[in-house]
Design a protein around this ligand. Structure first.
Ligand SMILES: [Zn+2]
Length: 141
């Protein structure tokens, strides 16, 4: 697996994303919800990969929940950048990265795909994330 690092603008919070998928084969979703459009967020995940969120300055980590309130969206309190999201499902935690927070964006990154999840209920939303999001090994408390 290759490692890809990301961070907010002021480097207070970030992530390490590990995947064996070449960037040209990443699934990159442009979620059309109001939050993701406002941040121009692009989501990527790999259910066979690994994701670890880190915080150089844990006091700057802001969790934000909205809509069905099933996931924590992780933002920096200082610079405002949205780096990714996590969800707790039973004993496991899964997550996505915002590819716009990658420190070195791969040149051959896959094309983005617009997505709308508006019709999902809580069960469908959690089930989709359980299948598609990346297993998370650590999130700062
Ligand atoms: Zn920051």
């Amino acid at each position: 697996m290759k490692s890809y690092r990301g961070s907010c603008h002021c480097s207070a919070i970030g992530f390490e994303y590990r995947t064996s998928l070449p960037p040209a084969e990443w699934s990159i979703r442009a979620c059309q919800c109001a939050f993701c459009r406002a941040h121009d967020a692009l989501s990527a995940s790999d259910p066979s990969g690994e994701l670890r969120f880190v915080a150089e300055k844990p006091d700057r980590l802001q969790r934000y929940r909205f809509a069905l309130r099933t996931a924590d969206f992780l933002l920096c309190r200082e610079c405002g950048v949205y780096i990714g999201a996590t969800i707790q499902i039973g004993d496991s935690r899964r997550g996505i990265i915002n590819t716009h927070a990658l420190i070195d964006t791969p040149a051959d990154l896959a094309a983005t795909e617009p997505m709308s999840y508006d019709g999902e209920d809580v069960g469908e939303r959690v089930g989709r994330r359980d299948e598609r999001w990346t297993p998370v090994s650590a999130v700062p408390s």
